[in-house]
Write a protein that binds this ligand. Structure first.
Ligand code: AQP
Length: 341
């Protein structure tokens, strides 16, 4: 059975491990909104707090970041009446199915995950068991809703492949066609926005340097300053996108500008060929502010009413659980566990 035999359903999530970045916006949030607005799929979006705690999170900061992320989702255009919006820890079936998948996935599969290697670094002895098992929880997040499509940034491609492997192994081991083989949706001009300090590293909310990223909560002056200080090289902009091949920082800024302005990179190169960075960077900052300022204002408005955010997340969790609970019960049943009370 493939994804096409199931109800078209989208699931995706963002870790509330800090304030969301322009990378999260362009690579994920903006596309979540597009999929909601296309109205071809039921959409389920989640603040994945159980993933966030695979590395240390200050409890007060985690609560604030979860509400801030929810505000960012809604400010960017997620409508909780049309999409289901909630935080992961409120729906217990995520963790319950993750345990099942911990028993389906193989140690070797998990050990090959590049995110595990990157985040655990050399000191794997000291990394949490949760960080190692992270991809099994991600598979559970998706499959507990029988989601058929998952919009993500490029960095999540390997985890999505593992989700497909887990679904296929479960179906094969138990002789069923129960879990869909989910399709990743990795498309658009900004599937990997890079750090402003190092064009070979992904822009990340947990990078120690705040100058490496644009936060969705940054004001216009901060955005202009971060782009002004963004690392580049001494050469002017070339007349073709090809000319950016070995210039990662330069290419990143052009990619960001193309994504923000909704234009092709070829079109952008026609406009900016021969420009110096002193001319291009203010232009880029202006485009970023034009996109982000209305969203940031709306985020502030939502964040002024945390009780309302909590109410929306609670309501979303109830709707999510209505879908997840029977799928978990059926999973237990397939495995021979007595699930009814
Ligand atoms: N730089 C990026 N460019 C494009 N897409 C990105 N995403 C994240 N960074 C970029 C996409 O955003 C979604 C949510 O990601 P996440 O926050 O759950 O985890 P992450 O990918 O690990 O993001 P961070 O910012 O790097 O988080 P930390 O620092 O906490 O690990 C995903 O779809 C991701 O692809």
């Amino acid at each position: 059975m493939t994804g096409s035999d199931f109800t078209p359903r989208v699931f995706s999530g963002i870790q509330p491990s800090g304030g969301l970045t322009l990378g999260n916006y362009l690579g994920a949030l903006k596309r979540f909104v597009d999929m909601q607005d296309a109205a071809t799929h039921e959409c389920i979006y989640c603040m994945v707090d159980l993933h966030a705690v695979t590395v240390w999170q200050d409890p007060v900061a985690l609560k604030a970041s979860t509400r801030e992320a929810a505000a960012a989702f809604m400010a960017a255009g997620i409508d909780p009446a049309r999409s289901i919006l909630f935080n992961q820890s409120q729906v217990p079936q995520h963790a319950q199915l993750a345990w099942v998948f911990n028993c389906v996935a193989r140690m070797g599969w998990m050990g090959r995950m590049t995110q595990w290697k990157d985040k655990a670094g050399k000191n794997t002895e000291n990394a949490s068991l949760g960080l190692f098992a992270y991809p099994a929880l991600m598979a559970a997040d998706i499959l507990v809703y029988h989601a058929t499509h998952v919009p993500v940034g490029d960095d999540q491609k390997q985890h999505l492949e593992l989700t497909r492997d887990i679904a296929a192994k479960f179906n094969h081991d138990f002789g069923v066609d129960f879990f869909p083989i989910t399709e990743p949706v990795i498309e658009g001009p900004a599937t990997r926005v890079m750090s402003l300090r190092d064009g070979t590293k992904k822009m990340s909310k947990s990078d120690p340097s705040d100058m490496s990223r644009i936060n969705m909560s940054d004001d216009a002056d901060t955005i202009a300053q971060k782009f002004r200080k963004a690392r580049t090289d001494p050469e002017p902009l070339p007349d073709s996108y090809e000319g950016l091949k070995d210039r990662p920082e330069a290419r990143n800024l052009v990619d960001i500008y193309a994504a923000l302005s909704g234009r092709s990179t070829e079109d952008i190169m026609n406009e900016v060929a021969g420009w110096q960075w002193g001319q291009f960077k203010p232009h880029l900052a202006e485009a970023a502010v034009a996109t982000l300022a209305p969203i940031t204002d709306e985020m502030t408005r939502f964040m002024n009413d945390p009780a309302e955010i909590d109410r929306i997340l609670g309501e979303g969790a109830g709707r999510a659980e209505e879908i997840a609970a029977p799928i978990l019960t059926r999973t237990y049943d397939i495995m021979g566990m007595v699930a009814s009370r």
